[in-house]
Design a protein around this ligand. Structure first.
Ligand SMILES: NC(=O)c1ccc[n+]([C@@H]2O[C@H](COP(=O)([O-])OP(=O)(O)OC[C@H]3O[C@@H](n4cnc5c(N)ncnc54)[C@H](O)[C@@H]3O)[C@@H](O)[C@H]2O)c1
Length: 369
């Protein structure tokens, strides 16, 4: 879906893993990007790297969606055509321990954002939802018509936001919302400059594998080797984060010419087992990934993978990069940035400047200045 005119896009949570890759995709299609992030789970170090990849300055404002006044100021400073909303807490286990924090951040933050949008006359939103809304699926591949089910507070926040966005579109015909239900994003930008940088013990499989391969962790625990799957380990739908990023630009361009509310799955449609992923990673990286099969985790299910045909039909989107590319790019990012954004032996990306009023000014690496 190329060829749309240039838009000014607010990317909430744009400094994070999927958000940063989406900023690249948006800039590469000629859209102007403004990031709003509170850096609760990301680093301002991503900003000069985004500039280095795209060759264009990335405006960024330090804004927390839980506070209304700075949000209102943001909407008065820029004329946004649309918003892409990644800003959320996302750890399932943590959400069970601290549900109120999740409700406040993910639901109240979104309500504040929608109110600011309504006030400013901005009516188009792309929302990061998740396959977690399917809970324990009755059948695979999962279509968008499958039953939804909440199995943890994080999943509840995704479903509630989808539902309130749908109510909003019903009440105000000018609002257009795309709920994108991601399956399992992995990999990194092929430059190795941006990628997934979890704090603490990674909750997701790929960053855990990467940290074992780079020597930060001793071995991988594979939870469950007795599922009714070909090799007994859990099967998921991994998709390359740069493919996923493209889907946001497709969704924005779709919303520019279609009314209402859209909900689509974003996955490859292929189920990959834990052991298949480990083997593919070992091949791509040339490193071995020691693992041990341990007991199943409560709440985990055997197989989850998407039917992505609706995204193809409506958005013209499909995943293009295969498992080998996902592993190769994840490894490039990890090996070039063993400690993530915290320490970079890699290149002369200098500290970004955080200025008055929360404006975060990205300083270009010397090679570009
Ligand atoms: N990564 C996955 O596997 C996955 C799967 C399905 C859905 N999602 C959803 O996609 C979105 C992005 O995920 P990600 O993996 O890039 O996560 P991430 O943590 O890397 O990015 C989220 C960003 O939002 C920011 N943020 C959080 N709360 C904020 C607030 N109140 N105000 C301003 N900024 C705030 C964080 O600092 C971070 O930069 C999230 O909504 C997540 O729930 C992720």
């Amino acid at each position: 879906m190329a060829g749309q005119s240039s838009m000014c896009i607010l990317v909430c949570g744009g400094a994070g893993y999927i958000g940063s890759h989406t900023c690249v995709a948006l800039a590469e299609r000629g859209h102007r990007v403004v990031i709003a992030d509170n850096f609760s789970n990301s680093s301002p170090q991503v900003l000069p790297r985004l500039e280095r990849i795209t060759g264009v300055p990335m405006a960024c404002e330090r804004v927390d969606l839980r506070t209304k006044a700075p949000l209102a100021r943001l909407f008065s400073r820029y004329r946004f055509d649309a918003v892409v909303h990644f800003a959320a807490l996302k750890a399932v286990g943590e959400s069970c321990a601290r549900p109120l924090d999740y409700f406040h951040n993910n639901i109240s933050g979104t309500i504040n954002l929608l109110q600011a949008m309504e006030h400013a006359g901005v009516r188009r939103l792309v929302f990061s939802s998740s396959a977690t809304v399917y809970g324990n699926p009755e059948a695979v591949p999962i279509t968008e018509e499958a039953r939804v089910e909440v199995t943890n507070p994080y999943g509840r926040t995704k479903l509630v936001v989808e539902q309130l966005a749908s109510d909003l579109c019903r009440a105000n015909g000018a609002f257009r919302v795309a709920n994108l239900r991601y399956f399992n994003p992995v990999g990194a930008h092929p430059s190795g400059l941006i990628g997934e940088d979890p704090t603490g013990v990674p909750n997701n499989l790929m960053p855990f594998i990467c940290q074992v391969a780079v020597g930060r962790r001793r071995k991988l625990n594979v939870f469950g080797g007795d599922y009714p799957t070909p090799d007994g380990t859990g099967v998921r739908d991994y998709l390359h984060v740069t493919d996923l990023a493209e889907a946001h630009t497709d969704a924005l361009e779709y919303l520019a010419s279609h009314d209402g509310n859209l909900t689509v799955n974003l996955g490859t449609g292929n189920g990959i087992s834990v052991l298949e992923l480990v083997r593919a990673f070992e091949n791509a990286s040339g490193r071995s990934v020691p693992f041990e099969i341990v007991a199943r985790r409560p709440g985990d299910v055997a197989e989850v993978y998407a039917d992505p045909s609706m995204a193809r039909r409506l958005l013209g989107w499909r995943s293009r990069l295969d498992l080998d590319a996902m592993c190769r790019d994840a490894w490039r990012w990890q090996s070039m940035n063993p400690e993530g954004y915290r320490r970079n032996r890699l290149h002369p990306v200098r500290r970004p400047l955080v200025g008055v009023g929360g404006f975060v000014q990205a300083q270009l690496p010397s090679s570009l200045t």
